[in-house]
Design a protein around this ligand. Structure first.
Ligand code: AMP
Length: 111
């Protein structure tokens, strides 16, 4: 997606503070952090949200999920972390490229 901001970050066309990347996923700092550590973990592939996942995405999603605790530990988050994925308008999604918020330290209360 040419104009998707997260695709542009994945292609290196838009700036981001990247903390981890491999062939399939990227993790970078949220531009408006709501916790002491607030990362976004995304697939490089443009998938709008959880509703947009297909059978072909099983390996990618397994890789992304297994990477979350590894990225957290790399950030020194040994005591735990919170992940949030907003899906669709009803879920409060603002950026339409699937992402997992990974937060720790002064995390906001659940609504
Ligand atoms: P949401 O779609 O509501 O789950 O959240 C989108 C998140 O993306 C928000 O927390 C934004 O602060 C964050 N965000 C939007 N644009 C950027 C960007 N260019 N770099 C880093 N984070 C961003």
């Amino acid at each position: 997606m040419a104009d998707c901001i997260f695709c542009r970050i994945a292609r290196g066309e838009a700036a981001a503070e990247i903390v981890y990347q491999d062939e399939q996923i990227i993790a970078f700092r949220d531009i408006q952090p709501k916790a002491a550590v607030h990362l976004l973990v995304i697939p490089r592939k443009h998938i709008e949200n959880l509703y947009d996942l297909g059978k072909d995405d099983q390996q990618l999603m397994a890789h992304l999920m297994l990477s979350l605790p590894r990225i957290a530990k790399q950030q020194g988050l040994d005591a735990g972390f919170r992940t949030i994925t907003n899906t669709g308008h009803g879920g409060g999604q603002e950026v339409w490229h699937m992402h997992f918020h990974l937060m720790a330290g002064d995390i906001p209360a659940m609504q």
